[in-house]
Design a protein around this ligand. Structure first.
Ligand SMILES: Cc1cc2nc3c(=O)[nH]c(=O)nc-3n(C[C@H](O)[C@H](O)[C@H](O)COP(=O)(O)OP(=O)(O)OC[C@H]3O[C@@H](n4cnc5c(N)ncnc54)[C@H](O)[C@@H]3O)c2cc1C
Length: 386
């Protein structure tokens, strides 16, 4: 039986991807009574979350992103204990391969910072990189780094885990519910309008991912979050891939490979892609991607394509998310993860629930992720974005 839209709520969350699902669960867990989660598609997790490559990592170049991972990745480890559904984690390690001097300089500093914060990333010379990357070829590798605790998890399992657990705690999770507007009562939020009717509430969380600009505009806010297409493909089975094959990233080309079932999942970011909501596969970019992928991993030339996927990153000017309060009373945002939001879904849902239920975050100071940072011209950009 589909869940009906309640008439009132203590908090309404817009968007049922990993952010919305995690926020709904953590709000219920924090004791908020009437939590309502609205998703316009027939199923939860079919936006960016369901199209993502599933990578989870500690290797970032800003302290805030590393700290988010330090809380979020253990939450994924504990997901089954917490909710009854496993995140299906595979700790294959992320191997960044560096072929440009400038990246070597950046990553050396990054690894130092990670180590200082207690993250056990290892610096590698070119020979070690070549050995670990096989059957990829990197004659031009200058150096690299690996963190063996990085790896992969399953986005659909994580979303189901949080949705099911939120429902058990009393949340109303409604699909095929397109949010069309927000009603204000002076300076306060009064209700959320949808194709199924309206729900009165004082608190709204905008977790609409690549589509989060529009709900913000309904309350008069300009959110610097833009949708940007990214795509990947999975090959047919390849027998020569060692079980230890890590998540390999050719950083200079934004080209990556990891095992996916019996095949290889590979993606490559198009630096000329324009902002927009097109989620179809770009066949010309795929051709270019395959050519570059075969140069690195010649084995791919002898195999077919089994599946392909395109989706949207939700990109901010500094490649950091926007999480927290806004100038509009009762309107919160959790968006703008710029290509690495799946792995930070658990912690960000929890942080938002702390903010809403207690007025401040206690697990981590996230004031630097607030919307008002864009008024400042000195943004601290995350370099380690693929
Ligand atoms: C190709 C690709 C690869 C990626 N790889 C990784 C990776 O390896 N690791 C990683 O951590 N991250 C990765 N990401 C990024 C990650 O997927 C996102 O950062 C994350 O999933 C964002 O989650 P979200 O819940 O904010 O957004 P979404 O999952 O997009 O959820 C937003 C939801 O809001 C709904 N919605 C929008 N408007 C409305 C409305 N008006 N009414 C009701 N519902 C609405 C949408 O239907 C959608 O379901 C990748 C992304 C892509 C596209």
């Amino acid at each position: 039986m589909p869940t009906r839209l309640p008439a009132t709520a203590d908090a309404v969350i817009l968007g049922g991807g990993v952010m919305g699902a995690s926020t709904a669960y953590h709000l219920c867990k924090a004791g908020i009574q009437k939590v309502v989660l609205l998703e316009r598609e027939p199923f939860f997790g079919t936006g960016a979350t369901g199209r993502c490559a599933g990578g989870i990592r500690y290797q970032f170049n800003t302290e805030i992103n590393i700290r988010l991972s330090q809380i979020s990745l253990p939450m994924l480890d504990a997901l089954e204990e917490e909710t009854g559904i496993s995140a299906l984690i595979r700790k294959c390690g992320y191997l960044f391969v560096l072929t440009r001097e400038i990246d070597v300089e950046h990553f050396q500093k990054t690894v130092e910072l990670q180590n200082r914060l207690g993250v056990s990333t290892e610096w590698l010379d070119s020979q070690e990189v070549r050995k670990l990357a096989q059957p990829c070829f990197f004659e031009d590798a200058l150096a690299g780094c690996i963190n063996r605790e990085d790896g992969l998890a399953d986005p659909h399992s994580v979303v189901s885990a949080y949705i099911n657990a939120a429902k058990r705690l009393g949340a109303s999770c409604v699909t095929e519910c397109n949010v069309t507007g927000i009603e204000m009562d002076g300076e306060h939020i009064a209700a959320v309008q949808t194709n199924q009717g309206s729900v009165s509430t004082r608190i709204v969380v905008n977790a609409c991912g690549p589509w989060s600009q529009k709900p913000a505009s309904w309350v008069g806010l300009e959110l610097p979050v833009k949708p940007l297409r990214r795509q990947w493909l999975v090959t047919e089975g390849i027998t020569a891939i060692p079980e230890s094959f890590p998540f390999v990233i050719d950083f200079a080309q934004s080209l990556y490979f990891h095992s996916e079932g019996p095949g290889i999942l590979t993606g490559m970011s198009n630096p000329h892609e324009r902002f927009g909501e097109d989620q179809s596969i770009d066949p010309l970019w795929e051709e270019n991607h395959i050519e570059k992928a075969i140069q690195r991993m010649p084995l791919l030339g002898a195999t077919g394509i089994k599946a392909r996927q395109a989706g949207l990153y939700e990109v901010t000017p500094d490649a950091h998310p926007i999480v927290g309060k806004t100038p509009v009373d009762g309107f919160y945002v959790v968006t703008g993860f710029s290509g690495h939001g799946f792995m930070h879904g658990p912690v960000c849902g929890m942080l938002l629930s702390e903010l809403i239920s207690e007025g401040h975050t206690k697990s981590l100071d996230i004031s630097e992720l607030e919307l008002d940072r864009f008024e400042n011209s000195q943004l601290n950009r995350e370099y380690n974005v693929i």
